[in-house]
Design a protein around this ligand. Structure first.
Ligand SMILES: [Mg+2]
Length: 312
């Protein structure tokens, strides 16, 4: 009866801790982006006692994997901490193809769903400064096959829900939210105080010639909430065609003076692929206070001055 448990440890032998993180090698990322096969892989993520299956590709970054995980768990990428046996996963720009992932192993995720933290604005576009992209950098990014492939995949995966039908013969205006329609940083009692002045007048005037879509680098819940608070979804003067969120964005990498930067952008090609009979590169314009968001379609972007209601 008495089991002579010499020791309770029957688990696998402890692995030697890696002295350095083999996954995070920023200098290798660009060349890997070129070489990485866009092979699809199926990954399993454990979160809150359940397992979720996520499809990703080798040229997706860890940040993009977090977006995929967000789709099935509602935990925003910024709120996710990913764990994987013997790997340090700290750099969201690292490519999945550069990680030694094994089919038998699973990710674990720690994170909180958005409802519980909605008060605290989850995504902050100001975290990255909008460095000036040189013209040749922009060209290099938009013409890279790896990003074109990524865009094609994203267009297949991402669903654009129409709030109102596309209108025959209209052009398309795509608007950012933060600092374009709304100052999300200044304190205010009422969100309307932070709305860009004459927003409704502008949208009403634009609606005569343009269908209007709103695209923000945050979650759909937040996009909807903010647009409802500002009265953009209920104004009788215009109708919003669609809302898009961070899940429609793709991650790209620029290189300037051998310094590499990874950032997300809003590829208009996603909308053009979805609605080719209405919108294309000849009739679409996007307003955004961040130039990098246009990097896949520089001819269709207008950088506008950020609106800041109050400065202290
Ligand atoms: Mg903005």
């Amino acid at each position: 009866m008495a089991e002579t448990s010499s020791s309770s440890s029957s688990a696998a032998a402890p692995a030697p801790a890696p002295s350095s993180d083999p996954a995070v090698d920023p200098t290798a990322i660009a060349s890997m982006a070129e070489e990485a096969p866009p092979e699809e892989m199926t990954l399993v993520v454990k979160w809150s006692g359940k397992e979720y299956t996520v499809r990703a590709a080798g040229d997706d970054t860890l940040g993009e994997l977090k977006m995929r995980i967000c789709e099935v768990t509602d935990v925003l990428p910024k709120r996710q901490k990913l764990l994987y046996p013997r790997l340090m996963l700290k750099d969201d720009s690292v490519l999945l193809s550069s990680l030694p992932l094994k089919p038998s192993l699973k990710f674990s995720m720690i994170g909180t769903v958005e409802e519980e933290i909605l008060v605290d604005r989850p995504d902050d576009p100001e975290v990255l400064d909008d460095h000036e992209l040189l013209q040749d950098e922009v060209t290099a990014i938009k013409d890279k096959d790896v990003y074109r492939q990524k865009l094609i995949r994203r267009a297949k995966q991402y669903k654009v829900k129409l709030l109102n039908p596309c209108r025959e013969g209209k052009r398309l205006l795509v608007l950012d939210i933060d600092y374009t329609l709304f100052d999300h940083k200044s304190p205010a009692e009422n969100p309307l105080e932070l709305m860009r002045p004459f927003l409704h007048e502008f949208l009403t005037a634009a609606y005569a010639e343009y269908d209007i879509m709103i695209w923000s680098a945050t979650s759909m819940k937040w996009v909807q909430l903010k647009m409802e608070q500002l009265g953009v979804l209920s104004n009788p003067g215009y109708k919003i065609t669609a809302l898009l969120d961070h899940m429609g964005m793709i991650t790209v990498q620029s290189e300037k003076h051998s310094e590499k930067r990874t950032f997300d952008c809003k590829p208009l090609g996603l909308i053009w692929t979805k609605f080719p009979e209405y919108y294309n590169e000849n009739n679409t314009i996007m307003f955004d206070d961040l130039r990098r968001n246009f990097v896949m379609n520089p001819q269709n972007g207008l950088v506008i001055k950020p609106f800041r209601a109050r400065r202290f």
